[in-house]
Ligand binder design. Structure first.
Ligand code: FAD
Length: 514
């Protein structure tokens, strides 16, 4: 931060995206000031699930253990018709990213409480103003001036930062201020989302069940912290005005066999589904992230997670650029990496929505139900496709046969001083080159090594579990995952980014990507 800036980065909106941005910037050593319009966390339960990729980000930020205490493992997904016919089931395969289950059920407000509490531990680097409604964003060659109004007193103030992140949700003020347009559509159907407190367990409550029906498809999901959710579409002749209180909502649940003995209705809200994306996610020093950049239907359970991944990706890059370790041009890789991923999840959510609404033709349904060889379920390929990068700060060809752009698995490894821990906990925070039973530095030219050294890279030889370590920069592949993984793609060495994606491999050149 310079004298003329209040913080390195101004974060507008302190929902899940904004908090992950703050945690990431703080972890990587730069300061942030967050401006949040509301005094309290948004009380409506929205996101219902997170997966092992998101949990790996939480691990990087040191919050996974406290979050894991507040969320539940997800058993499986099933698509069932009202007559009890199971159309499809997705049993989650084991996680390769270092978690016990692959998917978790969450309760978004509880998770946000934990994330904000974790950010308070970085009090010296993260300042948060609540009741601060941002009304203006101006930028010049040196920084961004964010104007805000204190909602309680009407007092007007400004914050000056080197960069700004618009994490202010679907109706983003920042997006409008910097002239980005939100393209796409909003669905016609209004859904009522009913959140309940559980009063007793019932059989198969732990499935995420999609009751498939043309007229009234229903989402039925266990949330964490003793909550359960049903999402039900209103019929064309119904409106939110027909459901002012839980008394009017109860018949919808009773039609599904749910009674007052099972749950107590806690709150209900109405939503329409958006399929929208901002035309650009960057204007100069201002970036959009999370719902401000993209809105997707909820069927893939990915909206919030996509925002958190945006914030993490942008956060570690911004921190390095601000500290002068990377050129400003790196910031362009944010949208190049995150936009295709958001588009992937938007398309997946749209397709899953067609299943629940029984909109698939017989041919499409047959294709989706066909179990490909060597996969566990029909949905394993699309659900497990990410995390992969489709472009951005990487070197080499992308594709099914390429290791570049993939996230490295996270098994348990051993190190030269006898620790046994998850890979990321042993690798540390920065760039790491990993070699298959070889010191990766020996595979670099002097110039290539100097470039990696300038980024603070570590060089680690991964030895088989039958080996002795010979020096400090070595890991033992205790779970026998890392070496087979490298060999499957024909790589002797890979360069890992701080977010554990492979940036380069010896096959296509281990030099620092341009
Ligand atoms: C029914 C439903 C189910 C969902 N299920 C899932 C799921 O299972 N998994 C999943 O990943 N996602 C899910 N989502 C999506 C998820 O809830 C959102 O994607 C997520 O909350 C977006 O986070 P965000 O931080 O980008 O935006 P928000 O959560 O909207 O936060 C934006 C913040 O900015 C603040 N703000 C707005 N304007 C201003 C301003 N001018 N000045 C200052 N502050 C401002 C707001 O007060 C708010 O706190 C679901 C959504 C819905 C509606």
């Amino acid at each position: 931060m310079t004298e003329s800036h209040d913080a390195d980065v101004a974060i507008v909106g302190y929902g899940p995206t904004g908090v992950i941005a703050a945690l990431t910037l703080a972890k990587y050593g730069v300061s942030a000031v967050a401006l949040e319009r509301d005094e309290d966390i948004y009380p409506r339960a929205r996101a219902v699930t997170v997966n092992d990729w998101t949990m790996r980000i939480f691990q990087d930020l040191g919050v996974d253990e406290r979050i894991e205490k507040k969320i539940d493992p997800q058993r499986a997904l099933r698509w069932v018709t009202y007559d009890g016919t199971e159309i499809m089931r997705v049993e989650h395969p084991p996680s390769t990213l270092g978690r016990r289950p692959r998917f978790y059920n969450i309760y978004q407000p509880t998770m946000e409480v934990e994330l904000r509490a974790a950010a308070r531990d970085h009090g010296d680097r993260v300042a948060v103003h609540y009741g601060a409604e941002v009304t203006g964003v101006d930028q010049d060659a040196d920084g961004v001036t964010v104007a805000w109004t204190h909602t309680a007193t009407g007092e007007r103030r400004t914050v000056r930062a080197r960069y700004a992140i618009g994490a202010d949700g679907g109706s983003s003020t920042v997006r409008g201020q910097v002239g980005c347009r939100l393209l796409g559509d909003t669905g016609d159907v209004t859904w009522v989302v009913i959140d309940c407190r559980v009063k007793r367990w019932w059989p198969d409550r732990d499935f995420l069940t999609f009751w498939s029906d043309k007229e009234r498809p229903v989402v039925d999901i266990a949330l964490s912290a003793g909550n359960h959710r049903w999402e039900i579409p209103l019929k064309p002749d119904e409106s939110p005005a027909d459901y002012p209180t839980s008394a009017e909502v109860w018949p919808l649940l009773k039609a599904l066999g749910v009674t007052e003995k099972d749950v107590e209705i806690h709150q209900h809200a109405f939503y329409k589904h958006h399929t929208r994306m901002a035309d650009t996610w960057r204007r100069g020093r201002v970036f959009l992230a999370g719902d401000a950049a993209h809105l997707m239907p909820p069927w893939a359970g990915a909206g919030m997670q996509t925002g958190m991944r945006d914030a993490h990706d942008l956060g570690w890059k911004l921190a390095r650029v601000i500290k002068g370790e990377l050129p400003e041009s790196w910031l362009d890789t944010y949208e190049a990496e995150r936009r295709p991923n958001a588009a992937f999840y938007t398309a997946l959510a749209t397709q899953l929505g067609r299943v629940i609404k029984q909109e698939l033709s017989e041919e499409e349904q047959a294709a989706m139900n066909a179990v490909p060889e060597d996969t566990v379920t029909p949905f394993e390929p699309p659900l497990t496709a990410p995390p992969v990068l489709a472009g951005g700060w990487i070197r080499g060809p992308l594709g099914d046969a390429s290791i570049v752009g993939r996230m490295i698995p996270q098994p348990i490894a051993g190190d030269a001083i006898g620790r046994m821990a998850r890979l990321d906990d042993l690798l540390g925070d920065g760039f790491v080159l990993l070699g298959d039973d070889v010191d990766p530095a020996t595979l670099l030219t002097a110039e290539e090594k100097a470039d990696w050294d300038a980024l603070g890279a570590r060089y680690v030889a991964v030895r088989p579990k039958t080996a002795y370590t010979q020096g400090p920069g070595e890991l033992i592949d205790l779970d026998e995952v890392l070496l087979p993984w490298l060999r499957r793609y024909g790589a002797r060495a890979v360069a890992l980014r701080p977010d554990r994606f492979v940036a380069a491999a010896d096959i296509s050149g281990l030099a620092v990507p341009a």
